[in-house]
Write a protein that binds this ligand. Structure first.
Ligand SMILES: Nc1nc2c(c(=O)[nH]1)N[C@H]1C(S)=C(S)[C@@H](COP(=O)(O)OP(=O)(O)OC[C@H]3O[C@@H](n4cnc5c(=O)[nH]c(N)nc54)[C@H](O)[C@@H]3O)O[C@H]1N2
Ligand SMILES: Nc1nc2c(c(=O)[nH]1)N[C@H]1C(S)=C(S)[C@@H](COP(=O)(O)OP(=O)(O)OC[C@H]3O[C@@H](n4cnc5c(=O)[nH]c(N)nc54)[C@H](O)[C@@H]3O)O[C@H]1N2
Ligand code: SF4
Ligand SMILES: [Mo]
Length: 672
């Protein structure tokens, strides 16, 4: 039997054909339709390997005297309901926090934010988007009125110039990189700006290797050149935007010669890149974590929006500002409002009309108090926050400054984790609940380009595991809320009633149609390109942005910049990919990339073990000597618990989006 579903790993959203024999998923082949166009990357091909892993959680677990014992669902859910009620009665609803999951379906996430809001009565609900594209949502909402990718994946093949910055596309969004390469083969030009030489640089006409954290200066200098050489689109600026004159005044302070000192990129190369992007008929811009994960994340994002508006590259095919969303369903988790400051469909938590409509559907009024972000909840454990309920996140590896995270989580009165494996975070929990994997449940994921796609049940739940939406509904019932849904399609119908962006989306339609939101009613075919006639907010807004240095810069004691990220073969905290033979055969050991010049200064040879320390912690791992990375900067992937990069990273946050600065901190390195 073959069941077609959507890939569990990245936001490209390739279709997987799961091959089932005797209730076991024995292989994956590419689905014929969908964004992958009949192709998959290696993670997709091996996505079945973790599903039946013997480590899968099979029964609810309750911790007693520091050890877990198995429990029935009844007992575990009763206990959780009792403890949540107790904490709420004593400290109020805002003493509880909910971490939702970009790995789970839209329906699971909708249920989670509804549990927080309608059942408990708090807006304290958030998820890993905070660590990821929070700055995108804040920055692009301010500039355009919508935080989503403006264009569609296939659309990049129409670009004349593709500008990629802070996205290692061929490793992190492989099937989008494939389309970019197709475009280059067809004659498109490519510009890459990245402190680390990524595989796609091979195809780049211009490669800029800026210092980490210097993007505002770099983008401002490109815009300086575009303005002084008259490459801007005055008609677009006049008709479609506002705020141009303050913006221009700010940018005119960033001559490439001055910016060369801040970025380390020769002025002439900045000019070349600006001319290429500025004179294109259709230029598209792609970014990801290299832009967002900074204390200046929102500024960086707004700068990309400035550049696109300045040259009229929004609202047409082959153009746009395209934040590549990471997790399989991070776009959807945001859409359904697993975020503290929105109701489903990015509707205001304070608007009286929205609140009235939500009340009518939910039967209870949504809370008015301002919700805390994930990073704020983590920082206030033990004080404001007494209990945290986690679904499908592993902050004990993925949050910044892990020693601090551990200290904080240990201050809680109560921690619940729902996961498919015993993650490092689950180990700290009072109760652990076993979730079904994506292969065992129905639902939808929303891909990076707003495309809502079906997830289909291919096998029965393994062990005693249950789907996340079911678990939350059971808990909600114990907390006094009615049981409404017998299957996920009904949850989607409630979402569609509430969120106009999803108004026309149903499981039934998705069987035969490719729908991208906004899709407002049953006759709406969905939207491939946003902001075509007008921006979502009316006029596009330019922002005057000044360069600010990262929160922590190298000094005598900590002389190197550490930047962190990921590899093609592994997924975040490794719970799934490190249980996949095909992927661990490729690489399964922590390492740090260091430039030969720095290696020589430190007397380090390739594959030697080194100790890397920041002000917050230290780890030991192998040095990989390579000139992919520039002198003065080192790179560590954050997948490995045994040498966790996040023991070193800085918990400094962007003031608006509250995203941590994963991409820059100061470290020292020594031989062991
Ligand atoms: N194989 C695999 N794929 C994944 C993931 C995974 O874990 N494994 N995770 C998914 C998720 S959730 C996400 S969010 C995406 C992330 O996808 P990406 O953002 O592409 O991945 P990263 O490795 O975090 O870093 C991106 C790039 O930013 C560069 N960079 C570092 N500092 C700076 C800077 O200051 N400025 C600029 N302009 N660039 C900088 C890095 O050198 C790197 O090339 O990937 C998704 N895809
Ligand atoms: N140093 C550094 N740290 C980073 C980053 C970085 O670039 N550098 N990037 C950040 C980014 S962009 C992100 S998105 C975060 C990711 O951080 P996390 O979301 O914490 O990382 P994941 O490993 O994807 O965790 C997902 C969890 O969900 C579980 N899971 C899988 N499927 C299901 C399911 O159906 N139901 C349930 N309940 N659980 C399931 C998995 O086993 C896993 O434990 O990491 C952030 N951390
Ligand atoms: S590109 Fe992304 S969605 Fe496609 S197979 Fe690879 S991980 Fe899955
Ligand atoms: Mo992410």
């Amino acid at each position: 039997m073959i069941v077609t579903t959507t890939c569990i790993y990245c936001g490209v959203g390739c279709h997987l054909d799961l091959h089932i024999r005797n209730g076991i998923v024995i292989a994956v082949t590419p689905g014929k339709r969908g964004p992958g166009e009949g192709k998959l990357c290696i993670k997709g091909w091996s996505a079945h390997e973790f599903i039946h892993h013997p480590d899968r959680l099979k029964m609810p677990l309750i911790k007693e005297n520091d050890t877990f014992r198995e429990a029935t669902w009844e007992e575990a859910l009763d206990l959780i309901a009792f403890r949540l009620n107790e904490i709420k009665a004593k400290n109020g609803p805002d003493s509880l926090g909910f971490f939702s999951s970009a790995k789970a379906t839209n329906e699971d996430n909708y249920m989670m934010q509804k549990l927080a809001r309608a059942v408990i009565g708090t807006n304290n609900v958030d998820h890993c988007a905070r660590l990821c594209h929070a700055s995108t949502v804040t920055g692009l909402v301010a500039a355009f009125g919508s935080g989503a990718m403006t264009n569609s994946q296939e659309d990049v093949e129409e670009s004349d110039v593709i500008f990629i910055t802070g996205s290692n596309t061929s490793e992190q969004h492989p099937l989008i990189a494939r389309r970019m390469i197709n475009a280059v083969k067809r004659g498109a030009k490519m510009i890459i700006a990245d402190p680390r030489e990524i595989d796609l640089s091979e195809y780049a006409d211009i490669y800029l290797q800026q210092h980490p954290g210097s993007d505002v200066a770099l983008l401002n200098a490109m815009m300086y050149v575009i303005l002084t050489e008259n490459l801007h689109d005055q008609k677009f600026i006049d008709e479609r935007t506002e705020g141009f004159s303050e913006f221009k005044e700010a940018v005119m302070q960033y001559a490439p010669e001055k910016v060369e000192e801040i970025t380390g990129v020769p002025a002439e190369k900045i000019r070349e890149a600006a001319r290429l992007y500025g004179s294109a008929d259709k230029a598209s811009l792609f970014f990801s974590m290299g832009i967002t994960q900074h204390t200046t994340g929102v500024d960086n994002v707004m700068s990309t929006a400035n550049l696109a508006m300045l040259t009229g590259n929004v609202g047409k095919p082959g153009t746009g500002v395209n934040p590549l969303r990471g997790q399989n369903n991070v776009q959807g988790a945001c859409d359904v409002a697993a975020l503290p400051n929105y109701l489903p469909g990015y509707q205001s938590t304070t608007s009286p009309e929205v609140r009235a409509q939500v009340k009518e559907i939910w039967g209870v009024e949504p809370p008015l108090n301002k919700g805390l972000t994930l990073t704020e909840m983590m920082n206030t454990c033990g004080d404001d926050i007494k209990g945290i309920f986690v679904m499908g996140e592993n902050p004990m590896i993925s949050d910044p400054d892990l020693n601090h995270v551990e200290e904080q989580l240990k201050k809680l009165d109560f921690l619940v984790v729902i996961d498919i494996f015993m993650s490092e975070t689950a180990m700290l929990a009072d109760v652990v609940l076993p979730a079904c994997s994506f292969a065992e449940k129905e639902g939808t994921f929303t891909a990076t380009d707003r495309r809502v796609q079906r997830v289909r049940k291919a096998i029965e739940p393994l062990g005693g595991s249950m789907p996340d939406w079911w678990i939350i509904q059971e808990l909600g019932e114990r907390l006094g809320y009615e049981r409404r849904f017998s299957e996920p399609s009904e949850i989607m119908d409630e979402l569609a009633k509430m969120a106009p962006l999803y108004g026309g989306i149903s499981h039934k339609r998705l069987e035969s149609e490719d729908l991208r939101w906004p899709c407002r009613d049953s006759g709406d075919p969905g939207t491939h390109i946003l902001h075509q006639e007008r921006f979502s907010r009316g006029k596009g807004r330019f922002h005057a942005i000044e360069y600010r240095a990262p929160a922590e810069v190298p000094d005598e004691e900590y002389p190197y910049i550490l930047t962190t990220g990921r590899l093609l073969f592994h997924w975040h905290t490794g719970t799934m990919t490190r249980r996949s033979q095909t992927l661990t055969d490729q690489v399964n050991q922590a390492f740090m990339e260091i430039n030969p010049v720095d290696a020589e200064t430190l007397g380090i040879v390739d594959q030697e073990t080194v100790n890397v320390a920041s002000r917050r912690g230290e780890i030991e791992l192998k040095a990989q000597v390579t000139d992919r990375i520039k002198p003065g900067t080192v790179f560590i992937p954050f997948h490995y618990a045994e040498a966790a990069a996040n023991k070193l990273t800085n918990n400094a946050l962007d003031p608006k989006a509250k995203i941590p600065e994963y991409k820059v901190c100061a470290v020292k390195i020594r031989k062991t």
